[in-house]
Each structure stands twice: as C-alpha cells, then as structure tokens.
Ligand binder design. Sequence first.
Ligand code: FAD
Length: 356
Amino acid sequence: MPPETYDYADRRRRHGDPSLSIVVIEAGSDVSNRADVLEGLPQKQLGGRSIANAAGKVLRGSTAINAGALTRGDKQNYDHWVNVAKDSRWSYDGLLPYFRKFETFHDSHGDANSHRFDGPIKEITPHERRRTPGVAEMIEDRLDGQRIVAPFIYPLDGVDVVTNTLVKRVIIKDISSKKVATAVELADNETGIAADREFIVSTGAYRSPQVLMLSGLGPKDELDKHAIDVYGAPDVGLHLHDHLRVLQWWKLKNPEKGLDWSVPKQGLLDALAADGNLDNAAVASQRSHPEKWIMSMYYPAGTLSMGEVVDTDMRVKGVEGLHVVDASVIPVPLAGHLQNCIYAMAEQAADIILNH
Ligand SMILES: Cc1cc2nc3c(=O)[nH]c(=O)nc-3n(C[C@H](O)[C@H](O)[C@H](O)COP(=O)(O)OP(=O)(O)OC[C@H]3O[C@@H](n4cnc5c(N)ncnc54)[C@H](O)[C@@H]3O)c2cc1C
C-alpha cells in the first residue's frame, strides 16, 4: 500500500508551484562522505581487465564526491547531440540560457553573451595560464577552497526527502490502452509510492537502466532471463559511454628549470626524438599501453539515450508519466565535465516538464 500519494516529483519549490507535493527517494543516506564502488566487467579492449567505477550513493548524488571540475564541453559535441536527437533545444545555443543560469564565471571580463557573473556556482580556474592551441583552462566550482555541491544550489526546502531507501522499479499499468507509470515499488517489496502526475528517474547512468529494466523496459532476451514482463524499450542499458584516463609519465632532463605544463607538442616530440628511439613519440602505442593503464574517470552516460529510449522532452517513449533526467540520457560523449551539462539539462528539463 502506498503510504502517501504525491502529485508531482519534479522541481524545487523555488522554481515551481509551492502547492505541488514532491518526494525525493534516495538510496543513500544524508551524509556527504560515502561512496559505493562498482566493479566493471572484464573488457577485451583492456586486455581483459575490469575497472572500478565509483558513484555517489548519498543525498546529492555523485556531486557529493566528485572533483568539482566544471567545463561545459565543446559546442560541436552539443551540435552532434542535436544531429542525433533532432531537437535544437539540446544544441549548445539551446542550452546556453541554462548554462548561464547558475554560474559566476571566473573571468569578470569574459563574454557576457556566454557567461553570467553573479550565479550561485562560483567558478575558479586554479592556474592562470597563457593560451595554448588545443589546451583549455580547467574550471572548478569552489568557494574558499570548498566545492559547491548540488544542495548549495538547489536546496530541498519544501520537498519530502526519504533517504536510505532503494527504489526497485516503476509500476506500469495498462490504462485505456496506454502504458502508464502509476507508482514506484521500493526494494523492500512491500512499499509503494504513488504519484498523480510524474515520476522522474534520476538514479544515474548505471542505476537508471537497472530501475527501468526491473520495470519491464529493456532488451527482451535479458528481461526474459529474469521472468520480467516486457513493455518495450529495447535500447535500455545500451550505448554506454565514459571518459577514460591514460596517465603518462615523462622524465624531465632538467627538472631544476621547472615545467611549463603547456609543453608545446613539437618541443615534446623533439625532446623525445633526441632520446633516441621514437618515430612518432606522442602517439606510439608501444609507449602508451592504453590497454594496461586506462581507468574510468567516472563519467558514465548514454545508457538511456535521448532519441532511442527517451524523447527530447525526456519522456520514456511509450510510457506516460515517466521521465528520466540524469547522465543516462546524454546521447553522445562530451569533451567536458558532465556535471555542468547535467545542471543545465536539469534546468531545461524542469521547464519542459512543468510546461506539459
Ligand atoms: C569520483 C567521481 C569524480 C567525479 N569528478 C567529476 C568532476 O570533477 N566534474 C564533473 O563534472 N563530473 C565529475 N564526476 C561525474 C559527475 O559527478 C556525474 O556525471 C554526475 O553526478 C551524474 O549525475 P546523475 O544525476 O546522472 O547521477 P548521480 O549524481 O550519480 O546521482 C544518482 C543518485 O541516485 C541514487 N540512486 C541510485 N539508485 C537508486 C535507487 N534504485 N533508488 C533510489 N536512489 C538511487 C544514488 O544514490 C545517487 O544519489 C565524478 C564522478 C565521480 C564518481
């Protein structure tokens, strides 16, 4: 039996109608120092290694444990997103008002068309560097040395919050020949929480597909193995992309001279060539061994890809009353730090959902 019915589970009170009742159901606890580490499957491209995957299991999600890097990513990536999703709201220009919504750009002389200078997230750049082609400045969200995490920007005043509570699945019913999300069932297998208007799944790129699959949305052959009735959405869980890191170490010949981090590529090539044994030092695979050294940067996304699983209003295709708003809907890899995109995406999603 549902303990309570909520008529909306969407936006913070300050953005929406204060009469709406909202519940946030969070698997982790209301602390900021906890992380669960998932172990990946062996990857043949990585010489059979499996790599560890961290994700925040705590109220405020992975922003509680992330590193605070906050670049937007390249405009071209968002334009690629539009090519896939066919909706200009997800282009860089379409998202720009939402990027601008929350930032205090680190350079007060920056372009006012692209940036805001009095938003809630204060950006810093740890290094004042000269511009080098192909190299961008690192931007972080910090104030007085502390990261600015989600609840600083989006307080949960007026929202019911249930912590240490795992959602198992969304209950989908056939109503008037339509598939409709009517409630969520918790992992205790007993408790249900209903909603009159919407469910928004935001459990991250690994767990959102899991919740949907347990709800009957996913590849039939996989769900059949677990005797789950299938409603459709065969692409659930596919199309994962992540940022991978390969560290490389270089021995300095004259460390006493210091290191300009923005080593010109030609200078690096010259220096390595002078060492004797390289045709193409920067890319020679025998020097970089990516299959041995690659690790995840913890930027999983794409597992409920926009265009495939959700439409451009972030509704799960074929099911009424069910949205997904998190990294899993980002359909293409972004050459930037995902949280910036996710904040902007969530701002735009809130506008879209409230206008339904
Ligand atoms: C160690 C680390 C460092 C990172 N560094 C950076 C960085 O410097 N810059 C950057 O931009 N990004 C960084 N990221 C990535 C960034 O934090 C994520 O891309 C972003 O937080 C993803 O947001 P999300 O809403 O998709 O999911 P999450 O933030 O992961 O939120 C998902 C939430 O859902 C909860 N949940 C999961 N399953 C259930 C369930 N069944 N029922 C109820 N609740 C559930 C989880 O407990 C969690 O609170 C980092 C990530 C990690 C892990």
